[in-house]
Design a binder for this molecule. Sequence first.
Ligand code: ARG
Length: 574
Amino acid sequence: MPTFSESILAALSKHTGANSGALKLESPRDPALGDVAFPCFVLAKERKQPPPALAAELAAKLAGEFDDIAVVATGPYLNFRVARPRLAREVLGAVEAAGARFGGSSEGAGKTVVIDYSSPNIAKPMHVGHIRSTILGASLVRIFRHLGYRVVGVNHIGDWGAQFGGLVVALRRWKSQVDLERDPVMGLLDLYQRSKEALKSDEQFQREAVAAYQELESGREGEVRELWRWVTEVSLRGFNATYKRLGIAHEHVRGESWYEPLLQATLERVKAAGVTEISEGALVVMLGEVDKGLKATPCLLQQSNGTTLYATRDLAALFSRWEEFAFERCLYVVGGEQKLHFRQLKAVLQRMNEAWAARVEHVDFGMLLGPGRVKIASRKRGEVLVLDDLIDECVEEAAKVIEEKNPGLSTKAQVAEQVGIGALVFNDLKRERIKDVIFDKREFLAFEGDTGPYLQYTHARLASILRKALASGDAALGAEPDFTALENAGEILLRIARLGDVTRAAAAKAEPSELSQYALSLAREVSTWLTQPENRVLGSEPRAGAARLALVRAAKATLGIALSLLGMAAPEEM
Ligand code: ARG
């Protein structure tokens, strides 16, 4: 049987002669008007008819077409309302049939999206920008994958640059004075900070640092390379422990150093395109002619002493990604501070006439701040933020709330981990990414309000209804559902049906908040519906109960998928 949208499109096509693929249905601005609307503007223009006249004419013609879809003309719109039993049968059937794939699609089949996210710097803990990048990027990876794209998540680790010369010398001098065994990330940070000081005040240290970086750049094996490699491994081990807790695994961990062998070819390629100039001995690309705003900020690719830069390595990475993946989109989930950098990269591609420049996007985001908009400090280490510590703090706090609300829960520790992380993640994804995020544990860990725990709790509540139905052998379980019992659940059903559109919008705009807001609306609607006494699920008339149970099952599945696309667990009990 065709879905209601297909039936409507087929009937519209029959009466207008337009190809049904060219006709677009939308959601009415006011849900009271109908379930879907057809705006008549385009068609009316083609026929040189006023849109309201066309709407009225079509409404009359379509009236006899369906027995379970009502149609009315409201100004220039046709509004359709689907009888609830049909809507329920269709939507609940679709959720059931698709299972975990519900809301997914094949729009991405054969297409690759590269997502550069997290990308911390070694020898330092992740800072707040990396935290947001990690959470946003991980969600985008899941969203694109749900739509059938091949997703290549890349961790572009900052493991190259002159600062590593200093770090190598610091390791030589002070390795024994810091505790690198017990807490390597903090030990390295200590050395890193000492090296920064020494670079300012100690000439001998400076000379050694320059020599060490030259040695590193030369690619020769030996003491320097070994020390650098060791630092990289220690740092990665620390990052990986955190990724594991968050359920994240990059497809490629390619630090900046990975592109080192490609740098000469990259410089040659840009030179061959005829877009480079020498300015004060340095190799630059002037960008004003493709982007007026960049007139005064050319892209610097090689300094007069031959050293390459962050931008050179990013350009090498872009070429290599394009050649390897022929990506549909290449997203950089990096904070707003690097706006200029990514704008320059794109402009270099434009100057080189690379047609794929438009596929490169900087997915930027606002800051993560403490309550009162001050810099966040961690309880353990003050100014220096370690993502793992933040997670620990949230999990501890979640454990307290769970202890209070459900002391008998057998999976307490696991659920506390899920809820603590879920709260942190949801807080980050709740609003449009460009807005700043306030890290206020008390607020985002609450079980009520627009929080992650609220969504997880709603999911667990739906799960508990299903469990109870099974445990009590509810008569609804074997009954044929009577969908007239869902007369008042139209909004929920339509919301569920929209998951696919919302997921596509989230991908198109690289904006997980589309899904977080969707999940909040769905949870609120279902919770309200469940509190109304006439919607009693358990122990009610069996056929009505069966319809309501089916709704509960579908709402749970849909909410669960939305949570998983955001990167949150959906506990069965909490
Ligand atoms: N490591 C960089 C930083 O911490 C972020 C790298 C982002 N990715 C990139 N391809 N530039 O600032």
